[in-house]
Design a protein around this ligand. Structure first.
Ligand code: ARG
Length: 470
């Protein structure tokens, strides 16, 4: 006769070999229900497909499969109505759902987990979740790209200083600057497509680590769950979190782009730049200084970038010392990835709205593009066209800039006579190339800032976005 022990009363599905109940502190410490509840839908959908697979493998009967599936469907409905609360003592969402199923349909519910482990189960859930989130984030990125295209179109005539080293460098179109972010987001989408593809491999059927005990049809199961393929090695399958890291890495790069943009918004909204005014709807005031209008949205986006990087670093560190195969450390992936998803989604939403409501100060941008000898390179190129070697031309124009600085004037206002003092290669047309407008006009190569090129880029991007099925 087996000894009667406390473990008989334990709620845990695995309590058979235990003599003592788990300490409250340990139970609380290990429980993940308060966050992995977010996977309930994937978990139930997975279980329904798994029950069908068990039926096909003759592990359960048709009648049993039917009862299990009906039970799971009822649980799903209950959860969707927000009626069901998980019991933290049952450790995680998977055990909770299984236990609900057993109390709903009785002992037959105990058959569902045959051959399956939470190790292949949790990875399958998470992959289903991230596949979905990757497409959601791609949609949000596209929305932001549309905002950028609209702004670029509306401001196609606006010229601003382009910077290197945050020093005025050459005149560019504001639209060209905005389209640079469009391109970054284009690459971000590609990263999310690739992260989605990394998640699109089904681990289910790997069991705890060695494989499934029954002759289940994994290919069919994958098809039913919408996976493109199945994992090739059961040990790798249950211990792999590369797909989570890929996803967070894609988020980190996206956030890096948005953080750079935020930095520009912060700078541009200062009196020092005065390039933009934020809408009142997307700015905050100061509790003490009545005049203040602060770019807090952009600052928080910049701030949250650190948080997303932190999760990437965190998970990489969690994984770095883990022996094969599953280790409980990996449970830490979920809070990280959920927080990253929430952060990125909110950021894309609010940042896009803020962008759309920005008022660009075209006059100030134009004025700034006229001050600081931004067309000096154009002047050097003029000499190159007159057969002066570029290095020589560079030197001559450098001297002209020094002269202008001394006499406190801009290149644009130099007379031909003044220019000729530096080189006899200058003729009447040299004075015509020194405006910001002629400078941007001259950058007439694919990818350049000439208005016709930027218009083409916008048109092309708009068409591409429309047909982009990602
Ligand atoms: N909740 C765990 C996780 O998220 C899955 C459970 C695996 N537990 C186990 N004892 N093998 O990773």
């Amino acid at each position: 006769m087996p000894k009667k022990s406390k473990s008989r009363k334990s709620k845990k599905a695995w309590s058979g070999r235990f003599q003592k109940a788990m300490a409250k502190s340990a139970e609380e410490f290990t429980s993940s229900t308060h966050y992995d509840v977010r996977l309930y839908k994937q978990d139930i959908v997975q279980s329904i497909a798994y029950a069908q697979t068990l039926l096909k493998a003759h592990v359960i009967s048709a009648k049993e499969a039917k009862r299990i599936i009906k039970g799971l469907e009822a649980i799903l409905k209950g959860m969707e109505r927000g009626k069901v609360k998980l019991d933290p003592a049952l450790e995680d969402v998977h055990m909770n759902i299984e236990s609900m199923l057993i109390s709903k349909i009785g002992d037959v519910g105990k058959k569902l987990h045959s051959g399956r482990s939470r190790n292949d189960q949790v990875s399958t859930d998470l992959r289903m979740y991230l596949k979905f989130e990757a497409t959601e984030i791609i949609m949000l990125i596209k929305k932001m790209q549309t905002v950028l295209l609209d702004l670029a179109e509306q401001h196609i005539k606006v010229i601003m200083p382009g910077y290197t080293h945050l020093q005025r460098a050459q005149p560019v179109l504001l639209s060209h600057h905005l389209m640079a972010y469009f391109e970054m987001l284009e690459r971000d989408k590609a990263r999310f497509i690739s992260a989605g593809a990394a998640a699109d491999v089904m681990p289910l059927g790997s069991g705890a680590l060695a494989g499934n005990d029954f002759k289940i049809d994994r290919e069919l199961l994958a098809k039913e769950l919408g996976f493109s393929c199945i994992s090739a090695n059961s040990m790798d399958a249950v211990s792999d979190r590369d797909f989570v890291i890929d996803f967070i890495a894609a988020c980190a790069v996206l956030m890096m782009h948005l953080s750079r943009f935020s930095e520009e918004i912060v700078l541009w909204s200062t009196w020092e730049f005065d390039f933009i005014e934020l809408s009142d709807k997307f700015a905050t005031g100061s509790s003490i200084m009545p005049q203040k209008k602060n770019p807090d949205i952009a600052e928080i986006v910049r701030g949250k970038t650190g948080r997303v990087y932190g999760h990437l670093q965190g998970l990489l560190t969690t994984m770095k010392g883990l022996p094969l195969a599953y280790n409980r450390d990996m449970q830490e992936d979920k809070e990280a990835v959920f927080d990253v998803v929430d952060t990125v989604r909110t950021v894309l939403d609010v940042f896009g709205e803020m962008l759309a409501s920005i008022n660009f100060n075209a006059e100030q941008m134009g004025r700034s593009a006229k001050k600081g000898y931004l067309t000096a390179t154009d002047l050097a190129s003029y000499l190159v066209r007159r057969n002066v070697p570029f290095r020589e031309a560079h030197k001559i124009v450098g001297e002209i800039v020094a002269y202008c600085e001394e006499s406190n004037m801009e290149l644009e206002y130099l007379s031909l006579k003044q220019l000729k003092q530096f080189s006899d290669k200058f003729s009447y047309d040299a004075t015509r190339i020194l405006s910001a407008q002629s400078s941007v006009n001259s950058k007439d190569v694919p990818g350049g800032t000439a208005p016709n090129r930027v218009k083409d880029a916008i048109k092309h991007a708009r068409k591409h976005l429309l047909h982009d099925k990602a």
